[in-house]
Design a protein around this ligand. Structure first.
Ligand code: ARG
Length: 585
């Protein structure tokens, strides 16, 4: 049981004894970490909340509760301010916790008792279109959420819902037939398809007739023309090969790649069914889902406010020309995930601009009788140094591949400066681990809803909340053990904590089991990133204040155990963020 839960149980027991029948039966005492360590490790406002309900004096109630809890083996208690109860964990209790963590591969993170089947939809770039920075954020955040959810015990299915059936294929088909450079395609398929798409796009702007020619190609594709289907298939295939290279470099894996085209055959029947049941209506030839008036206008995803008036903002599921839309595919995708995978919960890691789209499809799905836990896990933008959307020098969208290549290049310089004597092969490996780690950590340490400035120097700095700082901390801990190669420990002997720096490091280590599940409360990896940064800082302070190898006996043993557990926790936590660790740096 994690420490706050232990304290909540003890506190609830004491409140029951003190208040007897006047304790409201539904009351759950909550205990939270103290923001300021002067007020202990944890605190609770339960006495204040209850005193109000029972019309008694909060401090007096807190006093009675503290007396009732008496001599507790977990913590000492104090009352503060108007009736807060502060809990200070005893060093012996931390010591026992750490010992059990040392014997536990899960490092105190409990497996949940009710696992759910969670489908996570993330990354999802569009074939031959620019991969925008939104895809970078989605890819990194989605992967971490999948790792954490899996580790706490959920049945997680990751699905890369790539955009492989858009109107862009009209231009690509014409481009493929007329301006494709086959050898460039071999070399870098994503790059070449993108070049073709951009080039045709530009030509269409100059010669609008070309647009019609491209549309003809698209219609041919949609009606099953063999040649065009063949080209489309190759486009998707080479793009996937290119994407897989990037995901491999990022150490990211998908269970499925069911792109938009996978649902093509389901779209017609889906729309017909919705028309027949009256859930969708015709409007100017298009088929739409309108507001059903079941919620107040401000909560209604099918209404928008314009000049102070509420106007219909339907979800279009078939255009007047018979074409289907992004929303139609997403409804069919929901059906598939619910029926075939028995999904309890479906998470979409997609940028904030698509909020309205997801509100509409979730509401539509509920109306279709399939209620479920659907979540849009939104995020803000990445900005350039000028605080405008992050672009390359020539003003184009930044590709994920370019970001990774540059990160590794820059990390090579960092490694060269730090360890000039390292051999070339190792340097290369370490630079990859550091560079990719830096990009991931810069993303994951942000609150996902805020926009953040992409800054190479900051993310690769050896100081501050960066991957290199954390990786370097790990390497430092490990280097202690390299000096002790012929010493073996099974860490089963008890620990003795006395120094403040030891106790502070223990406090953080013992919290790992609280922090990891908390990431999923609101899908916020930055909670774990911030924790790991605090842990690394606590390790450095401890290492400065408390000699390890020069100490003796129990003290030395305890300090070594702290180092060991710190290394394991850093490695595990960074692993959940998808960040690897070098042996040396
Ligand atoms: N391909 C879409 C885009 O680039 C993202 C897809 C997200 N997933 C979904 N099921 N809609 O904007």
């Amino acid at each position: 049981m994690i420490i706050p839960t232990i304290l909540e149980e003890k506190l609830s027991g004491a409140l029951k004894s003190v208040l007897g029948d006047s304790l409201p039966s539904e009351f759950r005492a909550s205990v939270t970490p103290s923001a300021d360590l002067r007020f202990g490790d944890y605190q609770s406002n339960a006495a204040m909340v209850l005193a109000k309900q029972c019309r008694t004096n909060p401090r007096a109630l807190a006093q009675q509760v503290v007396e009732q809890m008496g001599d507790c083996d977990v913590c000492t208690l104090e009352i503060a301010g108007p009736g807060f109860i502060n809990f200070r964990i005893r060093p012996e209790f931390f010591a026992a916790r750490l010992s059990s963590m040392l014997a536990d591969a899960r490092l105190g993170v409990e497996a949940i008792t009710e696992p759910k089947t969670i489908v996570i939809d993330f990354s999802a770039p569009n074939v031959a279109k620019q991969m925008h920075v939104g895809h970078i954020r989605s890819t990194i955040i989605g992967d971490t959420l999948a790792r954490v959810a899996r580790f706490v015990g959920h049945n997680v299915i990751t699905d890369n819902h790539i955009g492989d059936w858009g109107t862009q294929f009209g231009m690509i088909l014409w481009g493929w037939k007329n301006i494709l450079d086959h050898s460039a395609l071999e070399q870098d398929p994503i790059e070449e398809l993108l070049r073709v798409y951009k080039e045709v796009n530009a030509r269409c702007k100059e010669t609008p007739e070309l647009l019609d020619t491209c549309k003809v190609e698209l219609v041919k594709l949609q009606s099953g023309d063999v040649e065009n289907l063949g080209i489309w298939e190759r486009c998707v295939e080479v793009s996937k090969t290119g994407l897989k290279k990037i995901y491999k470099q990022l150490d990211i894996h998908f269970d499925y790649w069911l792109g938009e085209s996978f649902y093509n055959d389901d779209l017609g029947p889906l729309v017909d069914g919705m028309l027949a049941s009256g859930m969708a209506q015709e409007s100017d030839g298009a088929i739409c889902v309108f507001s059903d008036g079941s919620v107040p206008p401000q909560d209604d995803p099918f209404l928008v406010q314009e000049k102070g008036e509420w106007k219909a903002m339907p979800c279009i599921i078939r255009k007047a020309d018979g074409g289907f839309l992004y929303a139609t595919t997403d409804l069919a995708t929901l059906d598939y995930r619910i029926k075939n995978w028995q999904a309890d919960s479906i998470w979409y890691v997609v940028g904030a601009p698509q909020a309205q789209h997801f509100r509409q499809i979730f509401a539509t799905q509920r109306r279709r009788g399939m209620d479920g836990d659907y979540r849009h896990i939104a995020f803000g933008s990445i900005l350039g140094e000028d605080r405008k959307p992050f672009k390359t020098r020539s003003g184009e969208s930044v590709s994920l591949q370019d970001v990774l290549t540059e990160a590794i290049e820059r990390a090579t310089r960092v490694v060269e400066e730090k360890s000039p004597d390292m051999d070339a092969d190792e340097k290369k490996k370490v630079a990859e681990i550091v560079g990719i780690g830096a990009v991931k950590f810069a993303e994951l340490s942000q609150n996902r809803m805020t926009d953040y400035v992409f800054n190479w120097d900051k993310m690769l700095a050896l100081q501050g909340d960066t991957a290199p700082y954390l990786q370097n901390s790990y390497v430092r801990v490990r280097s202690i053990f390299r000096k002790l190669e012929n010493e073996q420990h099974d860490w089963s002997a008890p620990l003795t904590l006395t120094e403040d720096a030891e106790i502070h490091l223990s406090r953080l280590l013992a919290r790992y089991g609280e922090v990891v599940p908390a990431v999923l409360d609101d899908c916020r990896p930055n909670i774990l990133a911030a924790y790991l940064f605090d842990l690394a800082k606590a390790f450095h302070s401890f290492y400065e204040a408390c000699p390890v190898l020069k100490s003796e006996g129990d003290v030395r043993y305890t300090r070594l155990a702290l180092c060991e557990l710190c290394a394991r926790t850093l490695k595990h936590g960074l692993g959940l963020l998808g960040i690897q660790l070098p042996d040396r740096m």
